[in-house]
Design a protein. Structure first.
Length: 446
């Protein structure tokens, strides 16, 4: 039954059209519809949650975001999707696991929806970061679209790097000027130099760096800072054969273990992303390699002692200039009873207005090129240019459905080497054999 439009409804429609043009073109009222969205525990999600009441007021759709730790997220999502219950309606999944999710055939193809957005001039689809849209294709279908584009970058303490005392000491010791590292050799020099006792009590109170070491995803991300610049791979992209125990990777892992045990705070072997972020916020470390999504936490003066004192550059290279590309996409459950409402949520989430609002609420990884150009965003989050520069030479892990199994094997090997249960070569050799079993068993070669 059709109801007369109330004055409040008309005002909401007009205001909605003014503030969210892309949403207004296909505006629908879904009073009472509830969407369930399962996502990782992430600062960007905290920022999105702040604006959900605005979306509900505009559309009548109530979105509940349930967050899980990264370690259990994918298992929870896949089990829910294959159950056939239609819940959750939406899932946020890692760019790295497109193959794993695509193979289950549980996500709604979004090709027609993407075309609709492309044809909506008010939405301005071309303003979205293209690599984080295209990355969510599996075979011949679009199973999701990026909404948290993640790049690695280098963050450093400007107050330390610009100190005349430290600059003089560094030049005398290493023979070149103290600056944000451009190579891994320079990075190792810098973290060694800044690991020191600053108050003369005989205890180290400033550490060169801090990194994440928990299995499997965190330690993998940390190690890629060494593996990729040195020219290493896990799987040969052409033959699909593992090359994890190469001489290059032995060198990379040896330097990685040296860094962790000598230039990182005590307890680093148990660090997750929150721990390494806190180390920088407290002023305990001089430099870090971390995801752009955590930069908002660094620049929040209510949480960080170093807010306003930081500089940002692209990640270092060595043999090659290469960094790790990550990100999160959003997909719709094929069995959801609220597919159209779910599309409205994605449209709203990716709109220019929402992207800007979420970014200014602390979500430091905008999906739109125009957002980093906003004057207020540039002032509050000065990492934008470095993030975009790093993205230009970033690549995702091996794009195969078997990557979850690969990640588990790699994570164990890195942990065994970092904890000194095995030498770097022993850990890589053992992992190489397991990786061969996975890739051979999957039929990539005989």
């Amino acid at each position: 039954m059709k109801r007369a439009l109330s004055l409040a409804f008309v005002l909401a429609l007009v205001l909605g059209a003014a503030c969210t043009p892309g949403l207004a073109r296909s505006y629908r009222r879904f009073d009472g519809v509830k969407l369930e969205f399962i996502m990782v525990d992430d600062p960007q999600v905290y920022a999105i949650r702040k604006h959900l009441p605005e979306f509900k007021k505009l559309t009548g759709i109530d979105v509940t975001i349930t967050e899980y730790p990264l370690s259990s997220l994918m298992e929870k999502q896949l089990l829910s999707l294959i159950s056939g219950t239609g819940k959750p309606d939406l899932v946020g999944f890692d760019l790295w696991f497109v193959g794993a999710f695509g193979r289950t055939d549980t996500l709604l193809p979004l090709d027609s929806f993407i075309n609709e957005l492309k044809n909506d001039r008010d939405f301005d689809f071309a303003d979205l970061l293209s690599r984080h849209v295209e990355g969510y294709r599996y075979k011949d279908r679009q199973i999701g679209v990026g909404f948290i584009p993640v790049q690695m970058l280098q963050v450093y303490r400007k107050d330390l790097f610009e100190s005349p005392k430290y600059r003089s000491e560094f030049k005398a010791k290493y023979g070149y000027d103290l600056k944000p590292p451009e190579t891994m050799k320079q990075f190792m020099d810098v973290v060694k130099f800044f690991t020191r006792d600053t108050d003369g009590d005989g205890k180290i109170d400033l550490w060169g760096t801090a990194t994440q070491m928990q299995r499997d995803d965190p330690i993998y991300c940390a190690f890629t800072h060494f593996m990729y610049p040195y020219g290493g791979e896990i799987i040969d992209p052409k033959t699909k054969r593992p090359v994890f125990n190469s001489k290059t990777n032995v060198r990379a892992l040896t330097d990685f273990v040296t860094m962790v045990h000598n230039y990182c705070p005590p307890g680093t072997l148990g660090y997750g992303w929150g721990d390494m972020t806190a180390a920088m916020q407290k002023g305990d470390v001089a430099i870090q390699l971390n995801w752009n999504v955590f930069m908002g936490e660094y620049e929040d003066p209510s949480k960080s002692k170093v807010a306003g004192k930081l500089g940002y550059t692209p990640t270092p290279g060595e043999v090659t200039k290469r960094s790790l590309l990550g990100g999160w996409g959003i997909g719709i459950n094929k069995q959801s009873r609220n597919k159209e409402a779910a599309k409205e949520f994605i449209r709203w989430l990716l709109s220019k207005e929402t992207d800007l609002a979420v970014t200014l609420s602390g979500g430091a990884a905008p999906m739109r090129v125009s957002t980093y150009k906003n004057a207020e965003v540039a002032k509050r989050f000065p990492h934008g240019p470095a993030s975009n520069l790093t993205a230009a030479y970033s690549t995702p892990p091996p794009p195969v459905p078997e990557f979850p199994a690969i990640l588990e094997i790699v994570g164990l090997a890195l942990s065994e080497a970092a904890s000194k249960q095995k030498s770097p070569k022993e850990a890589l050799d053992d992992a190489q054999a397991k990786l061969d079993d996975v890739m051979r068993g999957a039929g990539y070669y005989k």
